[in-house]
Design a protein around this ligand. Structure first.
Ligand code: HEC
Length: 145
C-alpha cells in the first residue's frame, strides 16, 4: 500500500475510534405543554442563580447571604409549582426535586446555625448531585401551548 493511502486509512480508523458511535439521547422524555416547560426551565435558571449566590456568599464568608439564597431554593419555593403541573411529574422526578429543595433548606439551617463554610460547601456539593442525577435521567419535550 502507498504511503498516502496508508495515512488515509490510519486517519479514518483513528476518527472512528475517537468519535462516539452514536450520540443517542437515553434520557426519559417528559412531555409538557410549552407554558409548563417554560415554567420548569424558569425554575431551573432560578436554581443556577441561587447556586451562584450561595457560592459567592461562601467565598465572602457571608453566611447570612448563604442562608438567604439557600432558603429561597428550599421547600417554600417548591410550593409555587401548580398542582396541575406537579401531577405530570413521574415519581423519580418528584423525588429528586424534593431532595434538592430539602437539601437547600438544610444548607440554610446549617449556614445560620453552624456558620461553617466547609460544611456548607459539602452540603452544596451533595445537593448538586440531585441536579446532575435528574439531568441525566430526564429531558423536556414541549407540545402544544
Ligand atoms: C427533578 C429533576 C431536576 C432537578 C432536581 C434539577 N433539574 Fe435542572 N433541568 C431538569 C430538566 C428535565 C431540564 C431540561 C433538560 C432538557 O430538556 O434537556 C433542566 C434544565 C436545566 C437548566 C436549563 C434551563 C433553560 O432555561 O434551558 C438549568 C440551568 C438547570 N436545569 C439547572 C439546575 C440546577 C442548578 C439544579 C440543582 C440545583 C437543577 N437544575 C435540578 C430537571 C431537573
Amino acid at each position: 500500500m502507498k504511503a498516502p493511502a496508508m495515512r488515509y486509512l490510519l486517519c479514518t480508523a483513528l476518527c472512528l475510534a475517537v468519535l462516539p458511535a452514536h450520540a443517542e439521547d437515553a434520557r426519559t422524555p417528559l412531555t409538557l405543554s410549552a407554558t409548563e416547560a417554560a415554567a420548569v426551565n424558569e425554575e431551573m435558571r432560578g436554581f443556577l442563580e441561587g447556586v451562584q449566590e450561595i457560592s459567592r456568599g461562601l467565598a465572602d464568608n457571608d453566611m447570612k447571604a448563604v442562608a438567604k439564597a439557600a432558603r429561597a431554593l428550599g421547600m417554600a419555593g417548591a410550593n409555587h409549582v401548580p398542582m396541575s403541573l406537579r401531577k405530570k411529574f413521574p415519581m423519580a422526578f418528584k423525588q429528586m426535586g424534593h431532595a434538592t429543595h430539602m437539601g437547600f433548606d438544610n444548607l440554610a439551617i446549617d449556614a445560620e446555625g453552624l456558620g461553617d463554610t466547609g460544611h456548607s460547601l459539602q452540603q452544596l456539593s451533595e445537593t448538586l448531585q440531585n441536579c446532575n442525577a435528574c439531568h441525566a435521567s430526564f429531558r423536556l419535550v414541549a407540545k402544544g401551548k
